[in-house]
Design a protein around this ligand. Structure first.
Ligand code: C2O
Ligand code: CU
Length: 483
């Protein structure tokens, strides 16, 4: 594997001059906006396209895209709207679209074989559902996900609050990570080392499809940053040098605003974070946003550059208030049934074997089948109609559940549940002072997380690792909520 486009190399100053600066965000169209309503259907066409991801001088990269761009179009709607999206498949293989984090009827969840037939090449499928929750969400295929998402199929879904907070600009930052060859093409997918280790960590990080496009700010300006981790495997651990942004939402759901004080904001694959960033610098100041999640792989994600001229106001705004809560049912934690989920496998994980298609196999046989991971000792292969296997758990509709997720492996697992959001109650047995709603929770090696939710949405819901190579090689399954 050649790494001719190392993340660190690409963030050098010489490449910054070519970025479009403030234009970047205008290049991502706002596809819809308006009062609560049924919105005009939007088209999402999955098709190959060439996109200039690498700096000028490198060739365009052959990707699979929605509507010819990567990331795909930003869909903007308002809480309570009804979204209709026509997915059309012009790929050479079947696909679907899953709207990650959106609580919706099971039939619209976009999981092939489990909730709908796959969309075959040349076919279309209408996704049609109401947007109950405000927040930052995203969409991506759920078929051959490691490759389809990894080749560029994903985009942001922004659901605005009925009364959004006062900001000067509302910006979406779709973070992605690509493994590129020296010709700026994507390296082959499905490498066994990626499956059995940390997933497909790339060598080129992009922000809205560009490398390190600077954020131009003015003094006392307030922007809302909606960060989405669309990478297959990379966890981001962002530090905003010279700034103290407020974290106001996780996975779309409000939290009491808290300042990231010189600390690191971790966003795992699938996860989102909304920040309020106040411009506290003076004209011509320049600060970096640095990703230090992997201690030996720190690099600069982008720069914050202060513009000349007067800002929008003389004094900075007051600290932000908490956003209005989404209508989520609060679990009865004391009365909840507790279920245990062991996350195991991978290199250095010590897993001896697991059940695959109803039979126990040792690790060697699993590896031969391209499988490396298990949830509660069961390996779930993807890509076919074998979801027909047993659910990991059957939940009574309306009941509260507490899941204890134990990571018995040597790698990070961001665990995602479809159709519901859950409170993260505790990590490693330590209660969280203010449990926050998530749809994806990062469980670090040898750690545990306790989550709780009301199983209020009937159907079969995927429950899987969002390191897409782990999902691909066994770390997935589904829970059934009875009708
Ligand atoms: Cu973001 Cu099961 O997906
Ligand atoms: Cu994982």
């Amino acid at each position: 594997m050649k790494h001719l486009l190392p993340v660190t190399g690409l963030t050098r100053r010489s490449f910054l001059g070519s970025a479009a600066g403030g234009l970047l965000f205008q290049a991502l169209p706002v596809t819809m906006r308006g009062a609560s309503a049924t919105l005009p259907p939007i088209d999402l066409v999955a098709a190959p396209a060439k996109v200039q991801l690498a700096p000028e001088g490198y060739p365009a990269t052959r990707l699979w895209t929605f509507n010819g761009r990567a990331p795909g179009p930003v869909i903007r709607a308002r809480q309570g709207d009804r979204l209709q999206a026509v997915a059309t498949n012009h790929l050479g293989e079947a696909t679907t679209i899953h709207f990650h984090g959106v609580r919706m009827p099971n039939a619209m969840d976009g999981v092939p074989h489990l909730t709908q037939p796959p969309i075959e090449p040349g076919e279309s499928f209408l996704y049609d559902f109401e947007l109950t929750d405000a927040g930052t969400f995203w969409y991506h295929p759920h078929a051959n996900s490691a490759e389809q998402v990894g080749r560029g199929l994903h985009g942001a879904l922004i659901v605005e609050e009925k009364t959004p907070p006062v900001v000067d600009r509302d910006l979406v930052w779709v973070l992605d990570d690509w493994r590129m060859t020296e010709n700026a093409q994507l390296a082959a997918f499905g490498h066994p080392h990626d499956l059995s280790h940390a997933g497909r960590i790339g060598n080129t990080v992009t922000l809205n499809g560009r490398i390190a496009p600077p954020l131009r700010l003015r003094k006392a300006e307030r922007v809302r940053l909606r960060l989405i981790n669309a990478a297959n495997a990379r966890v981001f651990g962002l530090e905003f040098e010279g700034h103290r942004p407020w974290l106001i939402a996780i996975d779309g759901h409000p939290v009491s605003p808290q300042q990231i004080d010189g600390g690191q904001l971790a966003i795992a694959p699938g996860g989102r974070a909304d920040l309020i960033l106040d411009g506290t610098g003076d004209a011509a100041e320049r600060h970096s946003v640095v990703d230090r999640y992997y201690p030996r792989g720190a690099y600069k994600l982008t720069d914050i550059i202060y513009e000349d001229g007067p800002g929008p106001r003389a004094e900075p705004l007051d600290p932000p208030e908490k956003l209005p809560d989404n209508p989520l049912p609060r679990p009865d934690v004391d009365g909840a049934d507790t279920l245990q989920f062991a996350l195991s496998g991978g290199a250095m994980g010590g897993m001896a074997g697991a059940r695959l298609r109803g039979r126990h196999r040792d690790m060697r046989a699993l590896a031969q089948a391209g499988m490396f991971w298990a949830i509660n000792g069961v390996v779930q292969p993807g890509l076919d109609d074998s979801y027909g296997g047993e659910p990991l758990a059957v939940l009574q509709r309306g009941r509260s559940y507490r899941f204890v997720l134990r990571n018995e492996s040597a790698f990070d697992h961001p665990i995602h549940l479809h159709g519901h959001s859950f409170l993260v109650l505790a990590r490693n047995g330590v209660a969280q002072p203010e449990p926050a709603w998530h749809d994806t929770v990062l469980v670090r090696p040898r750690e545990s997380a306790e989550i709780a939710f009301v199983a209020d949405n009937p159907g079969d819901w995927m429950f899987h690792c969002h390191v897409l190579e782990h999902q691909h090689s066994g770390m997935m399954g589904f829970v059934r909520v009875t009708a």
